[in-house]
Design a protein around this ligand. Structure first.
Ligand code: RIB
Ligand code: CA
Length: 311
């Protein structure tokens, strides 16, 4: 029985690779893709999600537009990393497949209510606005979530958009607070893990060597978006953040971490969006998240390349 998931996303080149990995994996059934404002504004993330599904030949996957701004703050985007379109690096045709009429938040709520309780995993790989809005509008659905597996936050890596905060959490810290306090089973892929999953040249060339439109697109996207991180960190590649969420569903043993307390800073302007992870258990705050600290990067890229070859 395939694992049912909803991918909530702000494509973004790394989001695109995560979506492709999910669509290439028979162990996973993507019930729908919900777009949220983040890397680029909502019209673009909703368009990009469709571009990626068409690239994978999967126009059967329903795609929904969600929230176009954080719950209480103005939107912060990341064109400096992802380019103006959010999928810079390769020219792909505008999508033909339509968006679904329903709002993403309604789709999340209705899916959780109609699918058997505990059978749907939420995979947010952008700001948490849609997820938090669903939990606020329909608190009854929280206990019906099998697991939330998200990309966001950081402890040892601290921050990437500010000195203290990772982008997905920083954009909507109030939403993140709702999700982290919801009581739902939560597994977090922070920068601590994704910064160890770098798109080195051999790994990018392995994508290109697939010789397929998907392999070509993924290599081109990576060539584009890695320039920012390589300049900033002087690293031999960029962190391929979002596919780590899907890889965890496929081979959890690629990762190791701890079940700890993680809370979100929402008050301070200086550190807003920080995930205050009690990695050393120095407080008596109750554990609420499995927070990953390490990844088998070679295993991750081997899985990713093998699966992309199937598209
Ligand atoms: O900080 C990395 C996260 O921010 C990734 O999800 C990337 O796509 C951007 O949304
Ligand atoms: Ca993302």
């Amino acid at each position: 029985m395939a694992r049912k998931i909803i991918i909530d996303t702000d494509p973004g080149q790394d989001d695109a690779v995560a979506i492709l990995l999910a669509l290439a994996s028979p162990e996973i059934e993507v019930l729908g893709i919900t777009a949220v404002a983040g890397n680029v504004p909502l019209p673009l993330t909703a368009k990009n999600a469709r571009i990626v599904c068409e690239l994978a030949g999967r126009i059967d996957v329903p795609i929904f537009a969600g929230c176009d701004a954080p719950m209480t703050r103005p939107l912060v985007t990341a064109e400096h990393v992802h380019g103006k379109t959010g999928l810079d690096g390769i020219e792909l045709p505008d999508p033909d497949m339509p968006l679904q009429d329903s709002h993403a938040v309604d789709f999340i709520v209705e899916t959780l209510r109609h699918e058997p309780s505990g059978s749907v995993t939420l995979c947010p790989i952008g700001p948490l606005t849609n997820i938090a809005a669903a939990f606020q509008r329909a608190p009854d659905v929280v206990e019906r979530v099998e697991e939330i597996v998200l990309m966001g936050g950081a402890y040892f890596e601290v921050g990437n958009i500010t000195p203290a905060a990772e982008f997905n959490i920083y954009v909507d810290p109030e939403a993140a607070e709702i999700v982290f306090k919801s009581g739902a089973a939560l597994t977090v892929k922070p920068l601590d893990v994704t910064h160890k999953a770098l798109t080195t040249r051999p790994r990018v060339e392995a994508f290109r060597a697939l010789g397929t439109p998907v392999g070509h697109a993924v290599a081109a996207w990576t060539d584009f978006f890695e320039r920012f991180d390589m300049e900033k960190y002087g690293s031999p590649g960029a962190p391929l953040h979002d596919p780590t969420v899907i890889a965890y569903l496929l081979i959890p043993d690629l990762f190791s971490g701890r079940h700890i307390n993680v809370e979100i800073e929402t008050g301070s302007d200086l550190t807003r969006g920080m995930t205050v992870a009690d990695w050393w258990r120095v407080t008596d705050r109750a554990p609420n998240a499995t927070f990953m600290g390490d990844i088998d990067a070679d295993g991750f890229f081997a899985l990713l390349t093998e699966r992309l070859a199937r598209l």
